[in-house]
Design a protein around this ligand. Structure first.
Ligand code: DX5
Ligand code: ZN
Length: 229
């Protein structure tokens, strides 16, 4: 993974067919996905449950791009090695998920993965002030984590602008997660984001048997960002 601030669209498999992850991932990559975003939920840190390390390991061979694992779990530290062993390229943990985010990020890098930190909508940008030398990605949640298909929270545009200024020349990705559409994506791209997670906006209207809409949906987000004034 070489660092760059070029735009990356990361479809979230939370909106894919859960009975068919392998083919869904292959379809969405063939249609132009840059990264694959994998949402892990524990029914405790967030009010929804998805899957754990065995599933993540099972889908790894189907991913040719980057496996971006978003952990919405508490505690997180006991599971880091399992997700690293499952083949994660990036592991992102929430600052709100425990008292020791610094230790968590150290553990993610020690496990050989890129370290991401996620901020809920109510968490200020300044929370990452003393973490900037140890993160590879900052994920700004633009919905409250737990479910796909929620409405974009506009106040987070300002947070991204602030984070972009704080980051300066450091090789840190800014990722946006939640409510990304061709309408909201350009706001975040202009504010300084380079990774846009999109679940419902990518998977709507398509299927593994008819994957062309995935490509159209990805291109619609990309084009909206490219035509920024
Ligand atoms: C929400 C997840 C997101 C979600 C985004 O908790 O972290 O990745 O899948 O879904 P959309 O793009 O539908 O808001
Ligand atoms: Zn996510």
């Amino acid at each position: 993974m070489t660092f760059s601030r070029t735009l990356k669209i990361a479809p979230s498999i939370l909106s894919a067919d859960f009975a068919n992850f392998g083919q869904e991932i292959e379809a969405v990559e063939a249609q132009g996905a840059d990264w694959i975003h994998v949402d892990v939920m524990d029914g405790h840190f967030v009010p929804n449950l998805t899957f754990g390390p065995p599933l993540v390991k099972a889908i790894r061979p189907h991913i040719k791009t980057v496996m971006d694992v978003h952990l919405m779990i508490a505690p997180v530290d006991p599971y880091i090695d399992a997700f690293a062993d499952a083949g994660a390229d990036v592991i992102t943990a929430h600052v709100e998920a425990g008292p020791h985010i610094h230790r968590t990020l150290q553990a993610i890098r020690a496990a050989g993965c890129k370290a991401g930190v996620a901020l809920n909508p109510g968490t200020p940008a300044e929370t990452v002030d003393y973490l900037l030398d140890m993160v590879d990605l900052i994920c700004v949640m633009t919905v409250n984590p737990g479910f796909g298909g929620q409405k974009f929270i506009e106040s987070q545009v300002e947070k991204v602008r602030r984070l972009r200024a704080m980051i300066g020349d450091r090789p840190i990705h800014i990722e946006i997660d939640g409510g990304i559409t061709p309408q909201t994506a350009p706001l975040m791209r202009a504010a300084g984001a380079d990774v846009l997670v999109a679940g419902s906006a990518v998977f709507k209207g398509g299927s593994v048997k008819d994957p062309a809409p995935y490509g159209e949906n990805i291109r619609a987000i990309r084009t909206a960002c490219d035509t920024l004034v």
